[in-house]
Design a protein around this ligand. Sequence first.
Ligand code: ADP
Length: 435
Amino acid sequence: MNDQLVDELIFTDEAEDRQKPLVHNKWKVMIVDDEPDIHEMTAFAFSNFTYMGVGVEFISAYSGAEAMRLILQHPDTALIFLDVVMERDDSGLTVAKFIRNEVKNLKVKIILRTGQPGQAPEQEVIVAYDINDYKEKHELTDKKLNTVLVTSLRSYSMHETLEQFNFELEKKVAERTIELKAAKESADKANLEKTDFLNFVAHELRTPLTSLRGFISIISDRFEAKLLPLIDTTDKKIQKAISNTQEEFGIMKQEGERLSALINNVLDLAKIEAGRVEWAKDKVDMAEIFKRAAFSTNSLFTDKGLELKTEIQGDGYIITGDTDRLIQVVINLFSNAIKFTDSGNITYKIMRDNKGMRCEIHDTGCGIPKEYIGKVFEKFQQVASAQTNKPKGTGLGLPICKEIIKYHGGDIWAESEEGVGSRFIFLLPLDENCI
Ligand code: ADP
């Protein structure tokens, strides 16, 4: 609880209200003393006493043993006047110890009383049993007793208010926790339903698409192998029809591939976003990841006549992560660089950075207009296709890269100059930087 709150409880008018006794009809005050006179005197002196409009109920115990029994019966006792010497020299201290250590009642205020000076307990005992005050009996027969009673009841009441406040707070926290848990469960359920729905749709699309792509391939092969040799190709119109048909077969194959990639990417992203991916934890060298990604995309580089250059500063770029997923990122970035570069070269660089490792992929391609640069990692953003009106991919490659890099504790972004080229940069924490 902060100081301001404590101040409010103690000093403001509102605090006065809040300090009203919670459920008391009477303040319970226990007198523990083997001298009957003390009981009578105290009860008589305070027969008309009230605090916060509530009177006092006295409970009398004439020995330590009786006091221990009575405190169990009256756990809501606010104050105990406790004689030290009763059936034994230290009976009062045994009672105090019992209340604090056994019963764990930390709320009741304990005032020790003794008839003889010199019986004062050690300071450590007062601290250990949380004894609130120590008075000699003659001190507690006059006005002083009134002050002791008022201050003790005020302190007890404040303790109760704080306890009540704590209770309310805990109740609220528990309620909020239940609400949050329910919200999380419903979000998880929605996520699960979304993934199930996507799986279902993907399956429903994938099956006919696979047979469609298969038939396109069979028909196109059959056309080339069986029909074409039988056709008289001297006629210009027939030649045109043949080349149109071949072109259309090509488009159908390409679009089939694109649709297939789209479905796979949609599913992949949905799976990552729903937290349903099982990530491997390999110890892997990033230079090796780039080498393997370059090997996989080798034919794409060759087809376009693009050279792949390498700049690796030093070595030991070891990270703990999912090898296949990291290769997927680099393949994606290489494929994009190749896709959007018609001439020149593609360079990848690996270097150390103060946060770990920095990887860059530079191309000499068409570049990305400034206004689109911040959007390329959003789903279904295809800037170049907007320029050329020709969709070249799925618009999901970079969002997937981002998720994978994010999972590995890194960051990814793009820098580009239209007509000059683009740089895709990602940072990853190296094992050597992790404690
Ligand atoms: P796509 O499958 O369309 O490539 P991505 O999410 O991988 O989807 O990329 C999104 C868009 O970002 C691309 O369509 C393209 O407009 C732009 N882009 C990505 N990489 C490059 C690059 N190296 N050069 C120019 N534009 C790029």
